[in-house]
Design a protein around this ligand. Structure first.
Ligand code: IMP
Length: 181
């Protein structure tokens, strides 16, 4: 693992190793497989950041699971409506009566997860829970704290393992945090 990486104008220093990430994924999968024993599980990774975590999590799973990648888009409503409208793109099969596990790279303020949960609950799943690789409890202001957390981190900006700074850094195998100036 490099000690530091430069992305655009910022320098990031090493924070979480690949081994720590992979060991937290093993523990998460043990819990998830125990909790969903005998149930049909649908994983719903939220793009873009969660692609690497979702891939490693799935590779660790020994039971049959389905996956459907989704994206939250926010657009300006038409002339009659005011404000922004959220939409869930990519839900390619019915989730009625299914056990859904949302997969996130990071839960920060919790706004994204609250939006996804509201949109999903309108599709009548049997249950919805959240699994996130990283969680910043000090920044969290939402109503639905994640049930499955890989690693809790302080309220500092991080990159790597799917997470970006202006689209750079997603390819890094480890997680780096912003270096204080
Ligand atoms: P939220 O504040 O929980 O809604 O998080 C929104 C999104 O912001 C996350 O899905 C990430 O894409 C991004 N984000 C939050 N914290 C970080 C960070 O430390 N590094 C990179 N992206 C972040």
């Amino acid at each position: 693992m490099q000690d530091e990486v430069q992305l655009h104008d910022k320098v990031f220093k090493k924070f979480i190793t690949e081994a720590e990430i992979q060991s937290s994924i093993k523990s998460l999968v043990e819990r998830i497989e125990r909790d969903y024993e005998g149930m049909e599980l649908l994983l719903l990774p939220v793009l873009n950041g969660s692609f690497m975590f979702a891939s490693d999590l799935m590779k660790e799973m020994s039971k049959n699971v389905s996956v459907s990648f989704v994206k939250v888009s926010s657009y300006q409503g038409n002339m009659q409506t005011s404000g922004r409208v959220d939409e869930l793109i990519g839900l390619n099969s019915s989730i009625v009566g299914k056990h859904v596990l949302i997969i996130e790279d990071i839960v920060d303020t919790g706004i994204t997860i609250d939006k996804v949960l509201t949109l999903l609950r309108a599709h009548y799943p049997a249950g919805v829970e959240v699994c996130t690789m990283l969680y910043k409890p000090e920044a969290y202001e939402g109503k639905n704290p994640p049930k499955y957390v890989g690693i809790e981190i302080p309220n500092r900006f991080v990159v790597g393992y799917g997470l970006d700074y202006n689209e750079y850094g997603r390819n890094l195998k480890e997680i780096y945090q912003l270096k204080e100036e």
